[in-house]
Ligand binder design. Structure first.
Ligand code: SF4
Length: 143
């Protein structure tokens, strides 16, 4: 069975910044066709749960307290990329709009709920290395 990386919060793991999850039955149902590999890049990068929310701005990542957490996000992205390669993953299904996992649209760094075009740090790194990235909103497009 082919492997897919999946944002762990979409599988019900309480790894969100708030300590909650984003459990999504459509994503969980992929287990019938794929070996699902749960990852949380922010935890892989060494951040605690719960943690302050963070957003991307000017090529960096800052939490709501104004701390630059770019290095933690980059470390998590590298860990996710390593897993994707080691397990020969076909791609990834990542949580939309997250500063790590978002694909195509992310919050704009103002902490006002405003979206802008762009990818989260992990989604970007995976795409740059040729891995297709889907979100829970386009699960139906996964071949
Ligand atoms: S980093 Fe990704 S997997 Fe972890 S809680 Fe945020 S959206 Fe979910």
């Amino acid at each position: 069975m082919t492997s897919l990386l999946v944002s762990a919060c979409l599988l019900g793991v309480p790894c969100k910044y708030s300590g909650g999850h984003n459990g999504c039955p459509k994503v969980a149902a992929l287990k019938d066709r794929y070996h699902l590999v749960p990852i949380c890049p922010e935890q892989l990068g060494g951040l605690p749960t719960p943690r302050p929310p963070a957003e991307c701005r000017d090529g960096r990542v800052f939490n709501r307290a104004g701390e630059d957490v770019t290095d933690r996000f980059a470390a998590g992205a590298e860990a996710a990329l390593h897993l994707a390669g080691t397990l020969s993953c076909q791609g990834a299904v990542l949580k939309s709009r997250s500063p790590s996992c978002g694909s195509g649209a992310i919050y704009d760094g103002t902490f006002t709920g405003t979206l802008t075009t762009g990818d989260g740090v992990t989604a970007r790194l995976l795409k740059d290395h040729g891995f297709p990235v889907y979100t829970e909103e386009d699960v139906d497009k996964i071949p």
